[in-house]
Design a binder for this molecule. Structure first.
Ligand code: HEM
Length: 308
């Protein structure tokens, strides 16, 4: 059995941070990363889906064909990239998918949703660590019409469902020209040429699910950061995202893999600690506030200075 990888895509390349179109070609073209956290995170996704189905999965009518395309795409990425962990046998539309990591066998008729226990996007999402969103392209715009979202960074799928690209991004303190440039770029993404980018934020407490619906569980901790607990409690949160065109429906699949590292762990790498320090010192107040780190920015800066 293939060993699962430890991975942390540190996103800061410069000593300051500003919003940009940081999409790069995805090489190799696989949106799915299996990491050492696989078992824990897939179990956590399934727990959240069982306990909070109303906030973790939504699909508007008319998205089933695109959802099946996601199944086709991801199953093939899994069996091609991780043949020791996943297998597929298919006779025509009769598929047998095996997840060897979890020792699960799933048989279904491809394209017939009545042969799956849940909707196709929800089903495939239960085998990977990534959150999966479907952006439908019509009227020269992109609309969020389906998604499985278990580990949101303080946004709600229930609230955003049906919204277009600019509406989804309204809270982001960037300028409209940049947002429009990115939207235009996404409208032209071609099948077979996926893209990737990283996004980062910080929060307090080691949890992946930062749903606004559960804000009372994780929000107040930001006011309890002290010089004693800053290293363990404050998390640097990285989202590795991919954008992939589905040629049949012309929809976009948007995947998000979330990684956490505490500030203490991160500071063991002097280059990362130095970059994060410079970025935090120079980050505009509006961006710091949007990323939710105003309340404890000074404590993190001070800690990183103590480590140098
Ligand atoms: C196409 C699918 C995409 C979806 C569904 C999506 C969704 C979101 C959502 C829900 C947020 C949080 C907004 C809030 O605060 O409520 C967000 C933030 C953001 N998005 Fe996107 N996004 C997409 C693509 C992109 C792309 C391609 C880029 C850049 C090239 C981008 C850049 C950003 C940035 C910079 C933020 C602010 C993050 C921060 O400062 O922490 N997004 N996005």
């Amino acid at each position: 059995m293939m060993a699962l990888q430890q991975r942390f895509p540190f996103p800061l390349e410069e000593n300051s941070y500003f919003y940009s179109n940081n999409l790069k070609p995805l090489q190799p073209p696989c949106c799915i990363q299996l990491t050492t956290e696989y078992f824990h995170e897939v179990a956590e996704k399934r727990r959240l889906l069982a306990n909070h189905p109303e906030r973790c999965f939504h699909a508007l009518p008319g998205t089933l064909a695109a959802q099946w395309e996601v199944v086709d795409e991801i199953v093939h990425q899994l069996v091609d990239t991780y043949p020791d962990c996943f297998t597929l046998e298919n006779r025509g539309d009769e598929w047998t998918f095996r997840n060897l990591l979890l020792n699960e066998t799933e048989q279904f008729t491809f394209g017939d949703s009545s042969t799956l226990p849940v909707q196709p996007l929800d089903w495939i999402g239960r085998h990977v660590q990534e959150d999966l969103l479907l952006m439908v392209q019509r009227d020269d715009d992109l609309h969020l019409e389906a998604g499985q979202l278990c580990f949101p960074s303080a946004w709600s799928l229930t609230f955003d469902l049906g919204m277009a690209f600019h509406e989804i991004h309204r809270p982001v303190p960037w300028n409209h020209e940049l947002a429009e440039k990115i939207r235009r770029f996404l409208l032209r993404v071609e099948a077979g040429k996926p893209w990737t980018r990283v996004n980062w934020a910080m929060h307090v407490g080691r949890r992946l699910d930062l749903s606004p619906e559960a804000f009372h569980e994780w929000g107040p901790a930001r006011y309890q950061v002290s010089s004693e607990n800053v290293a363990d409690e404050v998390q640097f949160r990285v989202e590795e995202q991919c954008v992939l065109r589905l040629p049949g429906s012309n929809a976009l699949l948007f995947s998000i893999h979330t990684y956490l590292k505490s500030v203490g762990e991160l500071s063991q790498n002097p280059d990362w600690a130095q970059k994060l320090h410079s970025v935090l010192v120079t980050l505009p107040e509006q961006v710091a506030a949007y990323k939710g780190l105003t309340a404890y920015r000074a404590q993190v800066i001070e800690y990183l200075e103590r480590c140098q």
